[in-house]
Design a protein around this ligand. Structure first.
Ligand SMILES: [Zn+2]
Length: 252
């Protein structure tokens, strides 16, 4: 939502920012907050397949199914609409009277944001945890913003096996993971994200980072670094891919 956009329309609901002015957007982890000048806020989580799409008013949507909410917008860049689509319904929208109440209800229990994670904060979140490091990275209370793709990519980059016990990692390994998470996410954002199936940005553009995945979706293929066939298994109930040479099970 551009600054100075105005949400209008009889079908909008008051709680979802009807009549709002100057909507601004914030992000924490995997969640967005749309905040109006009068203080009301809506939290958006895209889940597995959700999309928030901005369109000029006249432009048709490529896919009109699974549209749960449409906001009509005036001002800003001209009339348009913001559309929330969610084919697989893992995402959602939650309305709050203020950003503070949104943060208290939805963001307070989240760990530090993955984009700026420092090794000390990550270390604190892993302390005493016998869980596999991959399971810990996926736990939004430990680290907010990492999902299955980027957990695998970051662990490969850090040279850490996904099944290593979180608390067993040496300081240098935690430092390498924190650095790898930041770098991997920064590169993926620069590339517009990973569009495996349905991910599109607000303008409807697919990302291209899927073409640069080192391990995710490449089980059985050759490791780009050492040539060994990549292993595939289930960690934290999620398909996981790693290189047994570059990410030794016993640690370095
Ligand atoms: Zn390798």
């Amino acid at each position: 939502v551009r600054r100075r956009d105005v949400v209008t329309g009889p079908r909008g609901r008051d709680a979802l920012l009807l009549g709002a002015h100057s909507v601004r957007a914030l992000r924490y982890g995997k969640q967005l907050a749309l905040v109006a000048a009068d203080g009301r806020a809506v939290c958006a989580h895209l889940g597995m397949s959700g999309q928030l799409l901005w369109r000029p008013h006249a432009a048709a949507l490529a896919q009109r199914d699974h549209v749960h909410v449409q906001w009509r917008l005036e001002g800003g860049e001209g009339p348009g609409r913001l559309v929330f689509r969610d084919p697989r319904r893992f995402g959602g929208l939650w309305a709050f009277p203020s950003l503070e109440s949104l943060q208290a209800a939805r963001w307070e229990r989240l760990g530090p944001d993955a984009l700026t994670i420092e090794s000390g904060a990550l270390q604190a979140g892993l302390e005493g945890s016998k869980r596999a490091i991959k399971a810990a990275l996926l736990d939004q209370a430990v680290l907010a913003g990492v999902g299955n793709i980027y957990a695998d990519e970051a662990l490969f980059r850090a040279g850490v096996h996904p099944m290593r016990a979180a608390a067993s990692l040496r300081t240098e390994e935690v430092e390498a993971i924190a650095r790898a998470v930041r770098t991997t996410l920064a590169e993926a954002i620069e590339a517009g994200g990973s569009s495996l199936r349905d991910y599109r940005d607000a303008m409807g553009v697919a990302g291209s980072y899927q073409g640069r995945h080192a391990v995710y979706g490449r089980g059985g293929l050759a490791c780009a670094v050492c040539g060994r066939g990549l292993d595939r298994g289930i960690v934290a109930q999620r398909t996981t891919v790693w290189c047994a040479s570059c990410q030794p099970a016993k640690g370095g």
